[in-house]
Design a protein around this ligand. Structure first.
Ligand code: VGL
Ligand code: ZN
Length: 202
């Protein structure tokens, strides 16, 4: 069965020095490069927001980063401005060997809806198109790595499992934000969805 490696959001803003830095986010770059070099289908995702995106705290008067608000599609964490399309922070980490990619998929461009998952926006209805790409390439199994384990990797893994893909998350090649227990909750949720969490090749 055909397998795809999906590398989630290994971008400057999610690495140390970025505006929404994930601790140790840069330490996974070299081993992800090695994995991409051996993978069949390689997909990179890129968080790609317009300036003033509704997920930014700066877009909401009186709100601070990491506050929660209610959006029409459910609760939403408010983030520091990050991954604004065209700006430096939205670029991939400089060490990521993007030449390995078959497809780069950008998400989060709708000003009104956040998009953690590589498959759907946070309304869980609007598709990114990735499902069709994977299915037409005969992919049945996906391996996920990247940032952040408790947000974009988590949502992508659960959607992939719900869509019927066999899903593995390489936990050693992810790093988490860990906001108010989000990491533990993500692990419980992924396991419940049938995602296998693995470390190394064993
Ligand atoms: C992400 C928060 C906001 C992620 C993206 O890539 O996990 N987290 N936007
Ligand atoms: Zn984002």
């Amino acid at each position: 069965m055909s397998q795809a490696l999906i590398v989630i959001d290994v971008q400057k803003d999610f690495c140390p020095g970025g505006t929404l830095a994930v601790p140790e986010g840069d330490t996974i770059v070299a081993p992800i490069n090695a994995l991409m070099a051996e993978a069949g289908v390689v997909v990179l995702t890129q968080d790609w927001h317009p300036a003033g995106h509704s997920s930014f705290a700066s877009s909401h008067a009186g709100k601070s980063p990491y506050d929660m608000i209610e959006m029409p599609y459910g609760p939403q964490v408010l983030w520091p401005d990050h991954c604004v399309k065209g700006r430096k922070g939205a670029r991939f980490h400089a060490g990521l060997q993007v030449d390995h990619a078959d497809l780069v998929i950008r998400k989060g461009s709708n000003p009104q809806i956040d998009s953690y998952s590589a498959f759907f926006e946070n309304d869980h209805v609007t598709p990114t198109g990735l499902t069709g790409y994977l299915r037409t390439r005969g992919v049945e199994e996906v391996v996920l790595v990247g940032l952040a384990l408790d947000f974009c990797v988590n949502f992508s893994a659960i959607d992939a499992a719900t869509l019927g893909f066999k899903v593995t998350v390489r936990q050693d090649l992810c790093r988490a934000i860990d906001l108010n227990g989000s990491l533990d909750a993500a692990i419980v949720g992924m396991k419940a969805a049938g995602v296998s969490l693995e470390t190394g090749n064993g």
